[in-house]
Write a protein of this length. Structure first.
Length: 288
C-alpha cells in the first residue's frame, strides 16, 4: 500500500523508523526487532539507507521483512554520494521487490567530502525528479521544523522546501523536535506558502541523556527548558531517564494530536520496548 493512501483516511497514524545493521551477520537481530515492533501495528515502517548508502543492500532486505510482517515499508534513499546509475539500480531493486514507497533524501555530508563539478546530485529535489520520472513510486521528503542547518533563514528554508514539494512529493516527514510550538509555527508557514501535502511529525524519545546533543545537532532543534530540567534531574539514572523520556515523547504526541496533527513518526532507534510503551500510552487515543 502507498503511504499517501494511508494518510488520506484522516485517521490517527503512528509509524516507526528502524535502521539496518552495519554488518550482514546482524541482519537476523534486526529482523527480530522488526517482528517485535510489528506487534504494535504501526501504520507503516521506514527503514534508513545508511550513511552515504553504505547499507543500501540491507535496506531492501529489511523492507522485505517489514512487508512480510504485513506492514507497509517506506525505504529511505539518499543521493549525494551516488551516481545516476547507482540510484537507478536501487530503484530497480526496490521495484522488483514490491517496495513502492521512498523517502527521498540528499543525505548527510560525509566528513572530508568535497562537492565537485562531476557530482550528479546536489539536492534532494533532483532525486525526487529522478524517482517521479519513473512513475509508480509514492515519494516523501524531509523537512526541518526549526530550519535546515544549512539555510540562512526560515524564509529561504521554506522557499527551498516549496520547490522540493512542487517536484511531486506526496508527503513530508519532519526531523525530530522537542518543542511542539516550533512545529505549529512551521506548519502555519507551510500553509501560507501553499505547501499542502501531509506533514508527518517526527518524534524521538530521548531515553539516554547522552543522545541529546548529537540528536539536536542533526535536526537543528532546540531543547526546551522543561526537557533540560528533566535531564538535569534524571540524566544520571539510566532507568529513570528512560521512563522520563518515554513519558515526555508520549505527552508531545498527545499534545500534537489534540492540535490536529494526526500523523506521527517515531524515531525508535531500534528499541521495540520504547515503541511499545509509547503505543500503550496512546492506545485509547489512536483508536478513538
Amino acid at each position: 500500500m502507498k503511504v499517501k493512501e494511508i494518510l488520506k483516511n484522516k485517521k490517527v497514524t503512528v509509524s516507526f523508523e528502524v535502521f539496518p545493521p552495519k554488518e550482514w551477520t546482524k541482519i537476523a537481530d534486526t529482523k527480530a526487532v522488526i517482528s517485535e515492533m510489528i506487534k504494535d501495528k504501526p501504520a507503516f515502517m521506514s527503514v534508513t539507507y545508511g550513511a552515504a548508502g553504505t547499507t543500501s543492500g540491507f535496506t531492501t532486505e529489511i523492507a522485505n521483512a517489514i512487508k512480510a510482517g504485513g506492514v507497509t515499508p517506506l525505504s529511505h534513499l539518499t543521493c549525494l554520494t551516488s551516481t545516476k546509475e547507482k540510484i537507478n539500480t536501487v530503484l530497480d531493486e526496490l521495484e522488483a521487490n514490491g517496495v513502492e514507497n521512498i523517502l527521498a533524501l540528499r543525505g548527510d555530508i560525509p566528513k572530508d567530502f568535497v562537492m565537485n563539478e562531476n557530482q550528479y546530485y546536489h539536492h534532494a529535489y533532483e532525486l525526487v525528479n529522478e524517482i517521479k520520472s519513473r512513475g509508480g513510486f509514492c515519494v516523501g521528503g524531509a523537512c526541518y521544523p526549526e530550519i535546515h542547518p544549512e539555510s540562512s533563514s526560515r524564509v529561504e528554508d521554506i522557499a527551498r522546501l516549496k520547490e522540493k514539494v512542487d517536484c511531486g512529493l506526496d508527503f513530508l516527514t519532519s526531523q525530530m523536535f522537542f518543542d511542539n510550538d516550533a512545529f505549529y509555527k512551521f506548519r502555519e508557514m507551510c500553509a501560507i506558502k501553499e505547501i499542502n501535502v501531509p506533514i508527518i511529525a517526527g518524534i524521538m524519545p530521548i531515553t539516554n541523556a547522552n543522545q541529546i546533543k548529537r540528536s539536536a545537532e542533526l535536526s537543528n532543534c532546540t531543547i526546551p527548558k522543561k526537557f533540560e530540567k528533566i535531564m538535569e534531574r534524571f540524566g544520571e539514572n539510566p532507568s529513570v531517564m528512560k521512563q522520563a523520556g518515554i513519558i515526555y515523547a508520549t505527552e508531545q504526541i498527545i499534545d500534537l494530536m489534540a492540535n490536529g496533527v494526526n500523523n506521527i513518526h517515531i524515531y525508535t532507534m531500534n528499541k521495540p520496548d520504547v515503541a511499545h510503551q509509547i503505543m500503550e500510552g496512546l492506545s485509547a487515543i489512536i483508536n478513538e
